[in-house]
Design a protein around this ligand. Structure first.
Ligand SMILES: *[C@@H]1O[C@H](CO)[C@@H](O)[C@H](O)[C@H]1NC(C)=O
Ligand SMILES: *[C@@H]1O[C@H](CO)[C@@H](O)[C@H](O)[C@H]1NC(C)=O
Ligand SMILES: *[C@@H]1O[C@H](CO)[C@@H](O)[C@H](O)[C@H]1NC(C)=O
Ligand SMILES: *[C@@H]1O[C@H](CO)[C@@H](O)[C@H](O)[C@H]1NC(C)=O
Ligand SMILES: *[C@@H]1O[C@H](CO)[C@@H](O)[C@H](O)[C@H]1NC(C)=O
Ligand SMILES: *[C@@H]1O[C@H](CO)[C@@H](O)[C@H](O)[C@H]1NC(C)=O
Length: 855
């Protein structure tokens, strides 16, 4: 098993050349679509979003500011509240070695609706997480300043997730300054609960999402509401050379009260299982979960869980979307086998399936009517045997498998970060789940699954600066369907579809977008969900059959005159990445491979024009869907030889423009007869190199013919990258190895020089520094960062589920993590004072290579 996993993960390195995934049909550049932006100067990190659909407000949590925006037009700011860190706190935070300008600020991390009038908000507050109540009427904080430990991370860089359920906050984050103590907790006055601090419960988790799934109101078995958490953590069950990450789903029950003696104030219903997202026949394992969306819709029998995943060793940039139905998840938790740790050959533990007797009531089960009937009305009176069992066995042996046993979508050369899913009824009544998936390059993919696999309708560049999308929200209210995306630099609001961008019926239908339909009478492509009523004659076909379209043939053509030996540029642009441009000259397909022609992305160049080149040129777009080919004439150009002969010098301008493109720079070539070809070529070159198409048209056409290989149409840059990775991978690895080796040597000598390393090094150092009187060590920022890289996060003793031990004396000259400008090295008194300060700083120095945990 372990070997299999290992092979599979390393298999990724070999699978480099494999091409994957459908190509987005349309790519919208940032300037091509109308998006609404919100951002304020001096404010950054817009990473927390909350939508209040009934009030049409979008709340935005940024760095030290909370905004309330009009969700119909986010450029319209309604309120803003500054929530700053006090000078005093900032200084104290800086003293602990954190950056005063960045880390020691207040990053808003929790933004949850408490009730009609209040939001519950938490911020990192210079490594002293604080929560408060935000009054929505006055837009002011209540000034409660509750301790946010366990609800909000200390460190803005650390993962977090939270969900508000019946005025109680459930959150997954870390509980201490170093971020080494993970926790899933409920913040409640009646019964606050948390996870055990033990490796089998949570092992260096990276939280991504949490949500509640309500029990069926009509059912008679009194099932409880359940809160699900999604995270990636370090595996305990597989052996691996390094840290093997595993994506998990964990759940707790809302009515959990904790145990009476065992598991007092701890979850008695915490169970977790592995989420599987793999392509077994390709040996691809997607084991890092990046985000989750739970699709709950009245038209769905049960909620569907969508997750976006990437592999751990992602050298080619693969991403996948897997979908799970809730019944599969519930089956695993309510009927699955448990895992248990067994000690083999002294101290070495191994996780194996537990085949022994399982106590009743079933450990980790929610209290329902059945349990109530056997007098277990609350988790407080569960028997110790059950509680002890769940305390030791929180991990299920069975895994949650995706619907269809494989990913819904696999795509290469992107890293998906966030996902939301909308359910749309198409014109013919079929329901489509439209997935909106954001990337780490600021783009958004919109995809549906149809008969012949996934179809990516479009790719939209939401952020012009290609930064990662950190939050994605969907408002699916009637007439107000929008997407909201948050990033470090701002928030963007986008419509769910750009139907009006399609100007012909064929274009509108070939988009295969369930939101869009063609209105023949008005000759326009419209968003069906925005229309008040739907008429019978509208045209939509998600299968991509555009044969019922009757677009008028483009009659107008552009006339150009040219001179002997000059060059012509005939413009023709077409948006679909799935279509092919075909040029026809006098109704015959032009052989663009000939050196006389050069096919650019948006134009055709014809060199060395002569009499035989005059005539009608047509630019066609041909798109094939399910063996049906649809072609449209995009542009018509007529070339004519110029009659006047006696002009000797003068620029020949042969530039053709299609409508609406008149601002495109025109091509001009100075040409005199005779030397013409020479001059014009050199003049043209800059234009051609900038827009050259590297892929010849011929092979692409043939590959488009077979439906299964649509992904061969990946735009130009991709094949080049593939080649690069294929041939240069070994070189790259060697280079990286060398680089890190040199880095290691530098670090070693630096630390030796500074005297952080004991033993022989000191001798070496004293030899080196002989004669030089060393002044007292100066703790600069730079030095601090060097030291921080030596501290393994999460390395504080996890061993027996106890609170972390205070730092022990490492025997080194200084204790770097607590170092600050004032403390003299080797002054234990001053050092102890720092440690006594409010944060529970746990100092432990670990060298990168000393980490043996999990191996
Ligand atoms: C909302 O919650 C706050 C804080 O718990 C409470 O003071 C207030 O009365 C609640 N308001 C309503 C309308 O329930
Ligand atoms: C905040 O945004 C800046 C860029 O504006 C980025 O460099 C930094 O990493 C962000 N910090 C966090 C905690 O996201
Ligand atoms: C629950 O029962 C009510 C009335 O009996 C019914 O209208 C509703 O559709 C049921 N809901 C579900 C989810 O079955
Ligand atoms: C849930 O998924 C499993 C596995 O693909 C499938 O067997 C089962 O029928 C699905 N259940 C529902 C209700 O769709
Ligand atoms: C609607 O159109 C899709 C795509 O052509 C087809 O698969 C589906 O069967 C149609 N649904 C109905 C109800 O006709
Ligand atoms: C241009 O075309 C003429 C014939 O039309 C030919 O003789 C000449 O060699 C061509 N020049 C170049 C540079 O191809």
């Amino acid at each position: 098993m372990a070997l299999g996993v290992l092979c599979a993960v390393w298999g990724l390195l070999v699978e480099v050349a494999v091409a994957f995934g459908p190509v987005p049909r349309i790519t919208w550049e940032h300037r091509e679509v109308q998006l609404i932006h919100f951002h304020e100067s001096e404010v950054s990190n817009y990473s927390t979003l909350l939508l209040s659909e009934d009030k049409d407000v979008l709340y935005v949590g940024a760095r030290e500011v909370i905004f309330a925006l009009n969700s119909v037009n986010i450029a319209e700011k309604q309120h803003e509240l500054h929530w700053k860190v006090t000078e005093d706190k900032r200084t104290k935070c800086a003293v602990k070695g954190k950056s005063e300008q960045t880390e020691c600020r207040n990053y808003v991390r929790v933004l949850q609706q408490l009730n009609e009038t209040f939001l519950y908000v938490c911020g990192t507050n210079a490594f002293q997480p604080t929560c408060d109540y935000l009054n929505l009427i006055s837009f002011e904080l209540g000034g409660k300043n509750e301790d946010g430990k366990g609800r909000c991370p200390f460190d803005p860089a650390q993962s977090y997730t939270s969900v508000m359920v019946d005025e109680e906050l459930y959150s997954g984050t870390s509980y201490n300054f170093l971020g080494s103590e993970p926790i899933i907790s409920r913040n409640s006055h009646q019964s606050p609960l948390r996870t055990e601090y033990a490796i089998p419960w949570l092992n260096e988790p990276n939280f991504v999402f949490a949500d509640v799934i309500r029990a069926d109101q009509n059912s008679t078995d009194g099932e409880d509401d359940k809160i699900y958490f999604f995270f990636t953590e370090v595996s305990v069950e597989y052996e691996f050379v390094g840290k093997l990450m595993i994506p998990r789903i964990a759940r707790v029950c809302k009515r959990d009260q904790g145990g009476l003696r065992t598991l007092q104030k701890k979850w008695t219903s915490f169970l977790k299982a592995r989420l599987i997202c793999t392509i077994p026949d390709k040996n691809l394992i997607f084991n890092i979960i990046n985000d989750v969306f739970i699709l709950k819709s009245p038209s769905l029998k049960e909620p569907v869980i969508y997750g976006v995943f990437t592999p751990q060793l992602n050298n080619v940039g693969l991403s996948a979307v897997c979908a799970y139905n809730l019944s599969t998840v519930e089956e695993v938790f309510s009927k699955g086998k448990y895992m248990q740790s067994a000690t083999v050959e002294q101290s070495h533990t191994k996780w194996v399936r537990y085949n022994g007797e399982i106590p009743t009531p079933r450990p980790g089960a929610c209290i329902n009517n059945k349990a109530g009937a056997s007098s277990y009305m609350s988790s407080l009176n569960l028997p110790d045997k059950t509680l002890q069992f769940v305390k030791d066995h929180p991990l299920m042996d069975d895994s949650v498998t995706p619907m269809g046993d494989r990913p819904r979508l696999v795509k290469r050369d992107v890293k998906y970060t966030q996902i939301v899913v909308d359910r749309v009824r198409a014109l013919n009544g079929t329901i489509y789940d439209v997935m909106f998936i954001s990337t780490d390059q600021g783009a958004l993919h919109k995809a549906i699954s149809c008969e012949n696999g996934m179809h990516i309708i479009e790719e939209t560049q939401l952020f012009p600066n290609f930064e990662p999308v950190q939050t994605l929200l969907l408002s699916s209210r009637k007439g107000k369907r929008y997407l909201y995306a948050g990033s470090n630099s701002g928030v963007v609001q986008s419509p769910v579809a750009f139907c009006d961008k399609y100007t012909t019926c064929v274009d509108c239908v070939l988009a295969r977008d369930p939101y869009c339909a063609w209105k023949p009478l008005e000759a326009s492509c419209v968003d069906i969900l925005k229309e008040s009523e739907i008429e019978r004659n509208w045209i939509q076909n998600i299968g991509g059959d555009a044969s019922s379209c009757s677009d008028k043939v483009r009659e107008n053509s552009l006339q150009h005159t040219f001179k002997h030996g000059s060059t012509a540029e005939l413009k023709c642009s077409q948006k679909s990445n799935l279509a092919q441009v075909v040029w026809k000259f006098k109704d015959d397909v032009l052989k663009v491979e000939s050196p006389k022609y050069r096919l650019l992305e948006k134009a055709l160049l014809i060199f060395n024009l002569s009499e035989g080149d005059s005539g009608v040129y047509q630019c066609l777009s041909e798109e094939k869907v399910k063996n049906k080919k649809f072609s449209q004439v995009l542009a018509k150009h007529v070339l004519e030889l110029k009659k006047i002969q006696h002009t000797t010098v003068g620029p020949t301008v042969v530039a053709a423009t299609t409508e609406g493109n008149s601002d495109v720079p025109k091509v001009s070539a100075v040409s005199t007869e005779g030397s013409a070809a020479q001059t014009s070529t050199t003049q043209i070159m800059p234009v051609t190199t900038a827009r050259i198409i590297t892929k010849p048209v011929g092979p692409v056409l043939t590959s488009a013919a077979s439906n299964t290989e649509i992904f061969n149409l990946i735009p130009d840059a991709v094949p080049e990258k593939t080649m690069f990775l294929k041939s240069n991978d070994n070189f790259l690895l060697m280079f990286l190895f060398l680089f890190f080796f040199i880095l290691f040597l530098c670090l070693l000598s630096y630390n030796c020089y500074k005297g952080y390393l004991p033993g022989q090094c000191l001798k070496f150092r004293s030899v080196m520094l002989l004669g030089k009187k060393k002044t007292k060590s100066d703790f600069s920022d730079c030095e601090q960062s060097v030291k921080e890289t030596l501290v393994e996060q999460g390395s504080v003793s996890h061993q027996n589920g106890e609170q972390p031990k205070p730092a022990h004396d490492t025997g080194y000259e200084t204790e770097p993590d607590c170092g600050n400008g004032q403390v003299q090295p080797g002054d234990p008194q001053a050092f102890r004072e720092v440690k006594g300060k409010p944060f529970d700083v746990k100092c432990e120095l670990k060298y990168a290579d000393s980490d043996a945990e999990g191996d």
